[in-house]
Design a protein around this ligand. Structure first.
Ligand code: NAD
Length: 279
């Protein structure tokens, strides 16, 4: 099993050392409304940020906050020199235009890597700030010496926050990449070919054990909450066939938060004109 928890602790230590070197590093999170899951995520990110010495500012707006108010707030955070990273917790309430809000974040402070400028740079093979989940997965592959060059990689899911950036990072790491999604016909035909399989769908055990290639690496991004606890997109039985697999919980989740902190430091370094640390 790939130990995401242990690796996340290692990344947090690296970040803490960089924060100490840089002096003050500031993060601002913005939560609109009171969605319980979002509150849990924001609290987790704050705890982690404070733990590595990042100064974290927790901005909350009511669920009915007008778009102008949010855009004005982002303009202020963009202009605030003490803020290195800005994170708007998604999803936003339905009256807010998510794309417009993301585009209002200064790309240099966009630590979720969702601004078109950052997404475009990744597409062009010149990434700056990349979403934490796929970045964390690349770090896991590197840490466990899993060869990406020439590997057949299959990514299930095509979201802007996981699937698409994941596919681009793997492509940049010289894998041959297939992206599967909700309209893919015969998913198993693709997954059985995968040396590296990344499942980012949000459907409990969509990937059965018999859909996994023997000796492959399986990265389970899915987070499916049931009465029995938190489960992934991949049947845990797949670990019998896979050479490496991430558990849920304790795999991709902790790494995502650690990489968001890493991105905050990357943004802080770039804003100070320093060469960015390796992510
Ligand atoms: P999303 O809903 O935006 O995207 C889901 C994707 O799955 C879509 O692109 C869709 O085409 C694809 N899909 C749906 N049904 C499918 C099917 N039957 N076969 C193949 N593909 C199918 O979700 P997301 O934001 O990318 O997140 C995906 C999952 O990862 C969710 O469970 C989410 O909670 C989890 N997640 C975990 C972390 C983490 O830190 N662990 C971070 C982000 C997302």
């Amino acid at each position: 099993m790939i130990d995401g928890k242990a690796l996340a602790a290692k990344v947090r230590d690296e970040v803490a050392a960089e924060v100490e070197q840089l002096g003050e590093v500031g993060l601002a999170t913005v939560l609109v409304g009171d969605d319980p899951a979002s509150q849990v995520y924001i609290t987790g990110k704050h705890k982690a940020a404070t733990g590595v010495g990042i100064h974290a500012n927790d901005v909350r707006l009511p669920a009915d906050a007008p778009e102008d108010e949010l855009l004005q707030l982002l303009a202020e955070l963009n202009a605030d020199d003490a803020v290195d990273g800005i994170l708007v917790q998604l999803p936003l309430p339905s009256h807010l235009d998510e794309a417009k809000v993301i585009e209002a974040i200064d790309p240099a402070k966009d630590i979720d890597g969702l601004h078109p400028m950052n997404a475009g740079r990744l597409y062009l093979g010149r990434p700056r700030l990349v979403p934490g989940t796929p970045l964390g997965i690349m770090r896991m592959l590197a840490e466990y010496d899993i060869e990406t060059k020439g590997a057949q990689a299959v990514v299930i899911g095509r979201s802007s926050i996981v699937g698409k950036p994941m596919a681009h990072l793997l492509l940049q790491a010289h894998a041959t990449v297939t992206i599967c999604h909700s309209r893919t016909v015969d998913l198993q035909r693709h997954t059985l070919d995968a040396d590296i399989l990344v499942a980012a769908v949000g459907q409990l055990h969509l990937v059965g054990a018999d859909m996994v290639k023997a000796g492959s690496t399986v990265i389970d991004v899915g987070m499916n909450r049931t009465d029995g606890g938190l489960f992934g997109d991949v049947d845990p039985g797949a670990r019998e066939r896979a050479a490496y697999m991430t558990p849920v919980p304790g795999g991709v989740g902790p790494m995502t938060i650690a990489m968001v902190l890493k991105n905050t430091v990357t943004a802080a370094r770039a804003r100070r004109g320093l060469v960015s640390g390796v992510s």
